[in-house]
Design a protein around this ligand. Structure first.
Ligand code: PMP
Length: 404
């Protein structure tokens, strides 16, 4: 059992008040909060060894380079990548996906097909649409049922020799569904298609073993795992990363430059043009250390308890409907109350110090599927408490009373 009250002391922000009420932070799927241990690493970087990396002979540059490369190795070990150069530092999941989508422009042609799940974040839809526009390839959608589960039979039927790529999130940010990615990857490989799994929502809840999954690409944003914003990773199998052209040109990513021709650096630098988010990369490693210190089994069981309790309590409110009732789901509850706009509920909750998300959650096709403008989304982290769930439930009841 986690000592949640003790853990909460690691997060200075959880002590603050909002609108005169104690903050109840339930927007963890949008971004997680940062513990003091990670804040200290960020401060130490700027206080002690802020320098540009990979090119300086001086001590500070060496120190920053060592810490940055150590963070890459931490990330490699966490996701069990075979090689550290299969971990590319990016600015986050969106950037990671764009590197792959852009790279495939030279490998995809008219007549090829790309499969994408019906429950993707816009960052896992738009780059593929842009790729299809550039290449003439066709985007096909793996549909889902009312519970928010992918129709795996239809997926099998959609897979053909024309399928070159399959994209799916590990966990849906809008519904919390945990997708059967093992099966998705295995089936895609039978037709020779590459698979990108968007792990942005999975990384805070579970540890993906990229070798065991045999996944071709896996993406994560540090700010969802107690790290800072503006940094993340793209895991890619070495053979794929070698095949893809670089995304951006600039310093750091070259082997040799003349005005006639440039040759590119080896992995991972080929995809890391310009000065990276050095402090962010180091803090990303520290954030994974922090979460591993707690343990992902303990995190999962704590969040499961919050999910079960909140679901049961919220469903007691008349007229409240939860979207996303998959058998396998994480601690995300998307809901609406009949006749009330989600934005209005979110605004009243904010007045009570409760932070939830309202809207389409960058997943408009899901909202279109349910024929709704959006939802209220409460997403729980291991540092949330059952008392906070009670505050949410009372807040929703109050909002309902005021708005009905
Ligand atoms: N995919 C999913 C499933 C997400 O939840 C998010 C963040 N909401 C993203 C991609 C995009 O991540 P980022 O904004 O950090 O690039």
């Amino acid at each position: 059992m986690l000592d949640v009250l003790k853990l909460r002391k690691d997060f200075p922000i959880l002590k603050r008040e909002v609108n005169g009420k104690p903050l109840v932070y339930l927007d963890n799927a949008a971004t997680s909060q940062t513990p003091q241990q990670v804040i200290d690493v960020i401060t130490a970087y700027y206080q002690n060894y802020n320098a540009n990396i990979h090119r300086g002979v001086h001590a500070l540059s060496q120190e920053a380079t060592d810490k940055y490369e150590q963070a890459r190795i931490k990330i490699q070990k966490h996701f069990n990548a075979a090689k550290s150069h299969e971990i590319i530092f990016t600015s986050g999941t969106t950037h990671s996906i764009n590197i792959v989508a852009n790279g495939f422009s030279s490998l995809i042609k008219k007549g090829d097909e790309i499969l994408v799940s019906a429950m993707e974040h816009h960052s896992n839809i738009v780059p593929w649409q842009m790729l299809c526009e550039r290449t003439g390839a066709e985007l096909k959608v793996i549909p889902m049922n009312q519970d928010g589960e992918l129709l795996m039979d239809v997926y099998s039927e959609l897979l053909t020799n024309q399928t070159k790529l399959v994209f799916c999130n590990h966990i849906s940010n809008a519904l919390g569904t945990i997708n059967p990615i093992e099966e998705i990857i295995e089936k895609a490989h039978t037709v020779g298609a590459a698979v990108l799994i968007d792990g942005a929502q999975a990384a805070p809840h579970l540890v993906a073993d990229v070798q065991k999954l045999d996944v071709d690409f896996y993406t994560v944003s540090a700010h969802k795992v107690c790290g800072p914003t503006g940094v993340g990773m793209l895991f890619g199998k070495e053979e794929w990363l070698n095949k893809l052209p670089p995304y951006q040109g600039g310093g750091e990513m070259i082997a040799e430059v003349t005005f006639e021709k440039t040759t590119y650096a080896d992995l991972p630098h080929k995809f890391e043009a310009g000065t990276p988010n050095i402090c962010g990369g180091i803090a990303f490693g520290a954030a994974l250390d922090y979460m591993n210190g707690i343990g992902f089994d303990a995190i999962a069981s704590c969040e499961h308890e919050l999910l079960e309790y909140a679901t049961q309590k919220l469903l007691q409110i008349e007229g409240l409907k939860i979207y996303g009732t998959a058998k396998e789901k994480t601690s995300v509850i998307s809901f609406n109350i009949e006749g009330i706009h989600p934005y209005d509920i979110g605004s009243i909750l904010d007045k009570l110090g409760i932070a939830v998300r309202t809207g389409h959650h960058c997943a408009q096709p899901i909202m279109d599927f349910y024929k709704i403008p959006g939802t209220v989304r409460a997403s729980f982290s291991f540092y949330n408490t059952l008392d906070e769930v009670n505050v949410l439930v009372e807040g929703v009841k109050r909002a309902k009373m005021m708005l009905s």
